[in-house]
Design a protein. Structure first.
Length: 479
């Protein structure tokens, strides 16, 4: 009971305070050495968590079966043990758990040696040897495809000549020429993941849809494989990447389908702790679709869900996922001309440590902060913040061409004496953006928040969402 009290006391704390905790339990005999007490509590929590259904993964299920088989063998219940082994083998074959299959085949042989008549044992022995031969072939084939994928992943870290040779060796290999060479679904996954990755690092736009689609199709037809945490992650990230790219290709229906597919995973798979991952991926896509469609109603509804989700999954989301969600909310609100509502989200990005996985979002948020206050007419804030922003970005070596031109723009536009001079400063900034935004460094950032569109909308004196709607309408081909 004392450990339960400690657990509840820690749970009630907004932030962990060990000194206060020690004082709270001063005099408890079992808590004289608090370090040992904490260690014991930690072990008890882990012990309970391993028994919870949503923490049961493929490995724990096999360990459970193996333990059951051991108990049956100790009680000389060989027939029941054999039945349990056969059941476990069928599950392992379906899930393509090749490493576990080898152990199971050996265990099957060992039990049969002690239980079956000699003739039956010989027949079973020959049957198992044939299976082991098949297993060696399939596993060898899988390892080869895995090597191709891992080689492709490290290729970008080598010099251009070496990288080119590595990619060439993969593409020329006979096993990479034909999908039919794959001996398992797992090998197929590595086959298409390798092709998809190679197209990506070579910056080829034509193959991503086909290869990503094949990965999604394979796993949609073999949902049982998602019991493996690694395969689950591949599926979720591939569906997300597919939807993300579809948005920027203008294929919104396909992006919506990808979003629904992510949300639907919870209905077919025990996601457990992966719910936070699905939450972040599905609502990122929803937010981006709302931004692309300039759909105010769905975007604002999505923001409510994201607020709730950020609270619910506070300790389960990576900081990168949090930042990306915060960024998408902020740019949507700016795009829909809600600068005052965008500022708290922008500040969350500004306050994050630069060592995060998305420093680009952090640095861009400093410009978004100035844009939001400019939209609100808080010119005194813009004037006050511009020099500090320049110094900060320079110190962090993040003062690139876009940042320099944007800060020069804010400095000049605040000092403009009349509307004519203000317009000249805006037009000059717009012209500079035409030269800068071809740089791939700014691709993702400016695709989400169209800074060029923003300055053009200021020149025309209309809301940004209205300007973007007009741009989209002009790009739709006549029927």
């Amino acid at each position: 009971k004392v450990y339960l009290k400690v657990f509840e006391a820690i749970l009630a704390m907004e932030s962990y305070d060990e000194a206060a905790l020690k004082q709270m339990f001063k005099g408890e005999k079992t808590l004289n050495n608090f370090s040992i007490a904490k260690s014991n509590l930690y072990e008890k929590i882990l012990e309970v968590m391993t028994r919870m259904p949503h923490h049961q993964n493929l490995e724990t299920k096999f360990d459970k079966f193996r333990h059951q088989i051991s108990i049956l063998l100790k009680k000389s219940l060989y027939k029941q043990a054999l039945q349990r082994v056969k059941k476990t083998i069928r599950i392992a074959e379906k899930l393509e758990s090749f490493r576990m299959l080898q152990d199971l085949y050996e265990l099957h042989r060992e039990i049969a040696r002690n239980y079956l008549p000699p003739r039956d044992y010989v027949n079973l022995h020959n049957e198992i040897r044939a299976k082991e031969s098949w297993l060696r072939e399939v596993n060898s084939n899988l390892q080869r495809y895995k090597e191709f994928y891992e080689t492709a992943n490290i290729a970008p870290y080598f010099r251009r000549e070496i990288r080119k040779a590595m990619i060439g060796s993969i593409l020329r290999h006979p096993l990479m020429q034909d999908e039919s060479e794959c001996r398992s679904v797992s090998a197929q996954l590595y086959f298409f993941r390798t092709w998809n990755y190679l197209y990506s690092i070579q910056e080829r736009d034509s193959g991503w849809q086909y290869f990503s689609g094949k990965i999604i199709q394979i796993l949609s037809e073999n949902m049982h494989l998602l019991a493996d945490a690694g395969v689950f992650l591949v599926y979720v990230n591939t569906v997300f990447d597919y939807g993300y790219k579809c948005i920027f290709e203008g294929e919104i229906d396909d992006a919506r389908e990808a979003t629904e597919k992510l949300k639907g995973i919870r209905k077919t798979v025990k996601t457990g702790e992966n719910e936070a991952l699905i939450f972040s991926r599905s609502w990122k896509l929803t937010m981006m679709i709302s931004r692309h469609e300039l759909d105010h109603e769905s975007g604002m509804a999505a923001i409510k869900e994201i607020k709730n989700g950020l609270r619910k999954f506070n300790d389960k989301l990576s900081r990168q996922d949090e930042m990306e969600l915060e960024f998408m909310v902020a740019v949507f609100l700016l795009t829909m001309e809600h600068p005052s509502e965008a500022i708290p989200w922008i500040l969350r990005l500004r306050e994050v440590r630069v060592t995060s996985n998305r420093p680009d979002l952090h640095f861009y948020s400093w410009l978004l902060f100035l844009i939001a206050h400019f939209n609100l007419g808080h010119f005194d804030v813009v004037e006050q913040q511009t020099p500090g922003t320049r110094n900060y970005l320079r110190d962090k070596k993040a003062l690139g061409p876009l940042e320099k031109q944007a800060l020069d723009f804010f400095k000049k536009v605040i000092r403009a004496k009349n509307m004519t001079e203000t317009r000249e400063v805006m037009e000059s900034f717009s012209n500079q953006l035409d030269l800068i935004l071809g740089n791939k460094r700014y691709g993702t950032l400016t695709e989400n928040f169209d800074i060029k569109g923003w300055i053009e909308s200021r020149l025309l004196g209309i809301p940004l969402n209205e300007y973007l709607a007009g741009q989209q309408a002009s790009q739709v081909p006549a029927s």
